[in-house]
Design a protein around this ligand. Structure first.
Ligand code: GLU
Length: 557
C-alpha cells in the first residue's frame, strides 16, 4: 500500500487528530513492580445491565488468583459495543461485585470512584490508544481497510455454505485483502465506509499449541481470519480482539481469565499479540455453569430460561451472598467443602484457590438445593443480632405490613426471632431473607384477620372436616394450661388426643385403624395448622409459649 493511501486511511481513522506513537503510549504504562509470582488478573464485563452468575464465578477466580499472590485484580468495563450498552450498567456491575465482596483493586468502585494508575478502565475512554496500535499494524502491513458491504459479506458466506466450506473472511474469501492501491483509493474517493482488518498470516491447515491453565494443553488450527480491528462507524472503536490484546498488554495482565466462549478466538489473539511484537498471554478459560433443566437434562444455564442466571435474582431473593460465593468456590475447587466445614467462620479469602483443581470439574452444575443448604448453614451460624438486623431490614423494604407489626412490639419480635436459634440443632428453615414472611408472619395476628388464608390452611380445610377441626381444638383447649412445663403440656395434649379419639400408640393404630380417627401426630398437625397456618414449624410448645395464652386461645377456639 502506498504511503499516500496509508496516510489517507490514518486521517480517516483519527479524524485528523494527532495519534500518539506506541512508545509515547507505553511510557505511560510502566512495568508493574510486584513480587515474584504475583498475578495481575482482569475481569472485563460488558455493561449490558445483566450480570450472569457465571461472571461472578469468573470474577471470584480473578480476585482469588490476584489476592493470594499479592497481585492486582482489575475491573475493566468493555463498552465498545455501544448498541448493547445500558445506562447505569457500569455502576450496577461495581455494586454487584462489592455485594459479593469482589471489589477490584483497580477500576470502578461501588462508591463511584476509580482506583489505579493503569487506566482509563473503560474502553470507550481508550479509543486513541487503540488507534495507535491499529495504525502500527497498518504501518507494518498487518492491517488493511475493507470496504465490503454487509450484503457482500453475507453473499460470500452463502457461497461458502453452498460449497460446504468453512464460513468466514479468510484466504480467497478475504474480499479486500489483495486489492490494488487504485481500488482502495477509488473506494476512499467514493466516501465508502470501511473497517480496518487484521492481515492474518496463519493457515487453517497448520496446527498450533497453547497451554490453557484450566482447559490444559490445546492443539488447534492456526487462525487465518482477517477479523475487523476497528469498526466502520464514526466512533472508530475497536473490536474486542484488538482491545483485549492492547489493554491486557498495557495494563500488565499476567493471566487472562475469561469465559470459555472465547476459547475459539484464542489462536487469533495469540497471532495478534505476535503481530504487535508483544509477549503472548497465559489464558485460563472458565467453564460455563450448567443446571439440570425442568426437562431433566443437563444444560447450560440460560439467561432466557433460568432466573438464577441473573445476579439480580440472588439479590432479589436476598440470599446471604457469602454463602452463594462459598457455594461457587465449592463448585470451582472440590476440596473447598471440607476446608469450609473445618473453618466455617473463616474469611473465604483465606481459602487457597487452585486453577489446577478447577481442571477436574469440567462443567460445574448449579444445584439450587445445595445453594440453599449453604445459605441455611450460614444463617444458622449468624449471631442473633446479625440475624435480627437482616430480617428487619428485608421486611422494612419488602413487607411493610409485617415490619410494622414486628416493630409494634420489639420485645415480642425479639423472642419470635430467637426461636430455636443457637444450640446444637439450630433451625434451618431460612435460606434467604425473603423467606421471612413465610417463617415469621404467623406470629402476628394480622394474617389471621385477613381474608386470605395461608395456603397450608386452605389445603387443610379441604382435607380435614371442619367439625373435626373444631372438635380437636376444643379437646386441646380443655386440658391446656399455659403455665405448664413442656412435659406436662405434652401429657395434657396426649390426654386431649385420646379423648378426641386419636391413638397414642402407633402400633395400636396400625392394628386397629378403624377404631381411631388418627394418631397423635395427626392430632398435633390439626393444632399446628389452626395455630400457625403451616404444616411445618418449630416446636409447637415453644411457639405457644411465645404466642402467649391469649393468642393461643383466640386461634384455637
Ligand atoms: N467483555 C467480554 C465479555 O463480557 C470479556 C471477555 C474477557 O474477559 O476478556 O465476554
Amino acid at each position: 500500500m502506498s504511503e499516500e493511501t496509508k496516510q489517507r486511511i490514518i486521517e480517516l481513522l483519527s479524524g485528523g487528530a494527532e495519534v500518539s506513537t506506541r512508545s509515547a503510549v507505553e511510557y505511560r504504562y510502566p512495568a508493574r513492580e510486584l513480587p515474584e509470582g504475583a498475578e495481575v488478573t482482569r475481569f472485563c464485563p460488558s455493561p449490558t445491565g445483566f450480570v450472569h452468575i457465571g461472571a461472578i464465578f469468573t470474577a471470584m477466580i480473578c480476585k482469588r488468583l490476584a489476592g493470594q499472590t499479592n497481585g492486582v485484580y482489575i475491573l475493566r468495563i468493555e463498552d465498545t459495543d455501544k448498541k448493547r450498552e445500558v445506562e447505569g450498567a457500569r455502576e450496577l456491575i461495581a455494586e454487584q461485585l462489592a455485594a459479593f465482596n469482589l471489589q477490584a483493586d483497580e477500576g470502578l468502585q461501588a462508591d463511584g470512584t476509580i482506583s489505579g494508575e493503569y487506566g482509563p478502565y473503560v474502553q470507550s475512554d481508550r479509543r486513541d490508544i487503540y488507534l495507535t496500535y491499529a495504525i502500527d499494524l497498518l504501518e507494518r502491513g498487518r492491517a488493511y481497510p475493507c470496504f465490503a458491504s454487509m450484503e457482500e459479506l453475507q453473499e460470500a458466506v452463502k457461497d461458502q455454505q453452498a460449497k460446504k466450506l468453512r464460513p468466514g473472511y479468510y484466504g480467497e474469501w478475504a474480499l479486500w485483502r489483495d486489492r490494488t492501491d487504485e481500488e482502495v483509493l477509488q473506494a476512499l474517493d467514493a466516501g465508502k465506509k470501511f473497517v480496518l482488518r487484521f492481515r492474518s498470516e496463519g493457515s487453517h491447515q497448520k496446527r498450533m499449541q497453547f497451554d490453557d491453565a484450566i482447559k490444559g494443553q490445546m492443539e488447534v488450527p492456526e487462525n487465518d481470519l482477517d477479523v475487523p480491528l476497528i469498526k466502520s462507524d464514526e466512533s472508530r472503536l475497536p473490536t474486542y480482539h484488538l482491545a483485549h490484546v492492547v489493554d491486557d498488554f498495557l495494563m500488565g495482565a499476567t493471566i487472562i481469565t475469561r469465559g470459555e466462549e472465547w476459547l475459539p478466538s484464542t489462536p487469533l489473539h495469540i497471532e495478534l499479540a505476535q503481530a504487535l511484537g508483544i509477549k503472548t498471554f497465559k489464558y485460563a478459560h472458565t467453564p460455563v455453569i450448567s443446571i439440570v433443566g425442568a426437562e431433566g437434562g443437563k444444560r447450560k444455564l440460560s439467561k432466557r430460561k433460568d432466573p438464577e442466571a441473573d445476579v439480580a435474582y440472588w439479590h432479589k431473593a436476598a440470599y446471604p451472598l457469602k454463602a452463594v460465593k462459598a457455594y461457587l468456590l465449592g463448585l470451582a475447587n472440590s476440596n473447598f467443602e471440607d476446608w469450609y466445614k473445618e473453618n466455617p467462620d473463616a474469611d473465604l479469602d483465606e481459602f487457597e484457590f487452585s486453577l489446577d483443581k478447577l481442571k477436574t470439574s469440567r462443567s460445574p452444575l448449579l444445584d439450587m438445593k445445595k445453594v440453599e443448604d449453604y445459605a441455611k448453614d450460614e444463617i444458622a451460624r449468624m449471631s442473633q443480632e446479625h440475624f435480627n438486623k437482616e430480617i428487619l431490614a428485608w421486611c422494612e423494604l419488602h413487607d411493610k405490613t409485617l415490619f410494622d407489626e414486628m416493630m409494634a412490639d420489639p420485645e415480642y419480635t425479639k423472642a419470635v426471632l430467637a426461636i430455636e436459634r443457637g444450640g446444637d440443632k439450630p433451625r434451618k428453615d431460612v435460606a434467604k431473607w425473603s423467606d421471612a414472611p413465610e417463617q415469621f408472619r404467623y406470629y402476628y395476628d394480622f394474617i389471621f384477620d385477613s381474608s386470605v388464608m395461608p395456603k397450608a390452611q386452605c389445603d387443610f380445610v379441604e382435607e380435614v372436616d371442619l367439625n373435626e377441626q373444631s372438635d380437636v381444638c376444643e379437646a386441646f383447649m380443655k386440658n391446656y394450661d399455659h403455665s405448664a412445663d413442656k412435659d406436662t403440656w405434652f401429657e395434657n395434649m396426649k390426654k386431649s388426643a385420646e379423648s378426641a379419639g386419636y391413638a397414642l400408640d402407633r402400633k395400636e393404630l396400625k392394628e386397629n385403624p378403624d377404631k381411631f380417627k388418627g394418631g397423635l401426630a395427626d392430632f398435633a398437625k390439626i393444632i399446628r395448622v389452626k395455630l400457625t397456618g403451616k404444616t411445618r414449624t418449630p416446636d409447637l410448645y415453644t411457639i405457644m409459649q411465645i404466642l402467649g395464652e391469649v393468642r393461643v386461645k383466640n386461634r384455637l377456639s
